[in-house]
Design a protein around this ligand. Structure first.
Ligand SMILES: [Fe+2]
Length: 445
């Protein structure tokens, strides 16, 4: 596969032409009477027309046929996709899942769409407020099938196996330790090369933004220039009656047939595009004195709610870094949080739990559900000599954190058969160290 090209810059106003058709973008206007190369002009709006400039998103696509050239949509099997947050009774417990099992290619062919499994979520699709967390488990390329989501944006975190993603804007290769965002309405099709697994954070009705940096200043965390956007690429491929467009609309799946590949955009311009990001490029900020900064310093992208500082969902990572804090219990602190925290692991092992939380698995600590290091981690970190040390080398854990109180699906609690019934036991060995008659029996503080 020839190396793919990208444009860089988060949220930029970009323009791209397939080099086979130079000059395919109209000059000086969006919608000429006749477009260059006799293409059709089509606008894809990702925000209300009237949004302020800072949040206004749209792109113009110049394509061989407009997207409307398809047979009617019909309802199809939902598989394990759901937005029913009342399938099972609420469960406030700390939940942890073993690695979700990928179907074996020899047993059943499953592509990205048929391999979508909704794990948890909250909110309401029709009012554009909420989120869902899905696990994708697949072993087969989508072939003559593409997908688009009318409900929200997908932030895709591949964990095992790379994804070659065909989009209307061009092609992206997304490998584990990279992420991509495919925004609402964008058609895409995914090729996979092995038994493949990953996580998806779906947000309804809002888009991901870079977090504000406040006193950090103009640079740091995920820098805008490291976000990569595909370049225009088209195929003029006839598939008489045989191309299937799958749509998630109001939480349900629909399919329509058409005669051509949807990846027939010869040129495009705009600021509403898919993009990818390599997590290795994250510039980590942390305490260099004592104590912890809150994990919000690890936010890569945020999907804001209308309440200032409160996210529908944040995407947060725990990258390799130095730990140097003096006189400090260095692992994550024990806490209870009004937010819901779903964690996943791309590779390696997580610093607060050496076993049980494995790549391809996950955990959910719901609103106000206590959690923190396991007993073993507490004992070791309380006695550790506090020299500068590397933390999380060779690993990448992440968190989807939401202000909504998420419900777990029936698939998550039962059908997946991956729930770890013994998770709570990792805290059972925690014992009291209370010494009422001695303020400072052992430590240097
Ligand atoms: Fe937490």
């Amino acid at each position: 596969m020839a190396e793919l090209k990208y444009i860089s810059g988060f949220g930029n106003e970009c323009a791209s032409e397939d080099p086979r058709c130079p000059g395919a973008l109209p000059e000086g206007q969006n919608n000429p009477q006749v477009c260059p190369y006799n293409l059709y002009a089509e606008q894809l709006s990702g925000s209300a027309f009237t949004c302020p400039r800072s949040t206004n998103k749209r792109s113009w696509l110049y394509r061989i046929l407009p997207s409307v050239s398809h047979k009617p949509f019909e309802s199809i099997d939902q598989g394990h996709v759901t937005h029913n947050w009342d399938e099972v009774d609420p469960d406030p417990n700390q939940l942890r899942w073993k690695p979700f099992e990928i179907p074996k290619t020899s047993q059943k062919k499953v592509d990205f769409v048929s391999g979508l499994h909704t794990l948890c979520g909250a909110g309401d699709i029709k009012s554009n407020n909420g989120l869902a967390i899905h696990i994708f488990l697949c072993n087969t390329s989508m072939g003559n099938r593409c997908f688009y989501n009318s409900d929200g944006d997908f932030l895709i975190v591949p964990q095992k196996g790379k994804l070659l993603i065909y989009t209307e804007f061009g092609k992206m290769l997304v490998q584990p330790n990279e992420i991509c965002v495919i925004q609402r309405g964008m058609r895409f099709s995914i090729d996979v090369f092995e038994e493949t697994r990953g996580y998806i954070l779906e947000v309804y009705g809002v888009h991901f933004e870079l977090p504000d940096l406040g006193p950090i200043g103009a640079n740091g965390l995920a820098n805008p220039r490291d976000f990569l956007i595909p370049v225009a690429w088209y195929e003029d491929r006839q598939v008489p009656g045989g191309y299937t467009v799958i749509n998630k609309y109001q939480g349900k799946l629909f399919a329509a047939k058409q005669d051509v590949s949807p990846f027939n955009v010869v040129a495009w311009h705009g600021n509403y595009t898919p993009y990818k990001y390599n997590l290795e490029n994250f510039m980590v900020i942390n305490s260099v004195g004592f104590d912890h900064a809150d994990p919000s310093i690890f936010t890569v992208l945020t999907a804001k709610s209308v309440r200032p500082g409160v996210a529908v969902a944040d995407f947060v990572i725990f990258p390799p870094r130095w730990g140097v804090a003096d006189k400090t219990f260095r692992p994550p602190y024990y806490h209870r949080n009004c937010m819901s925290e779903f964690m996943g692991l791309i590779k390696g092992h997580y610093e607060a739990k050496q076993g049980g939380f494995l790549p391809g698995g996950g955990s959910l600590h719901s609103s106000m559900t206590p959690h923190g290091p396991d007993a073993d981690c507490f004992e070791k970190a309380s006695k550790a000599k506090l020299a500068p040390e590397r933390i999380a080398d060779g690993t990448m854990a992440f968190m989807f954190e939401s202000s909504l109180s998420m419900a777990v699906t029936k698939w998550g609690l039962k059908t997946s058969n991956c729930l770890d019934e013994n998770y709570y036991k990792c805290w059972e060995p925690l014992k009291s160290h209370f010494t009422p008659n001695s303020r400072n029996p052992a430590g240097p503080n």
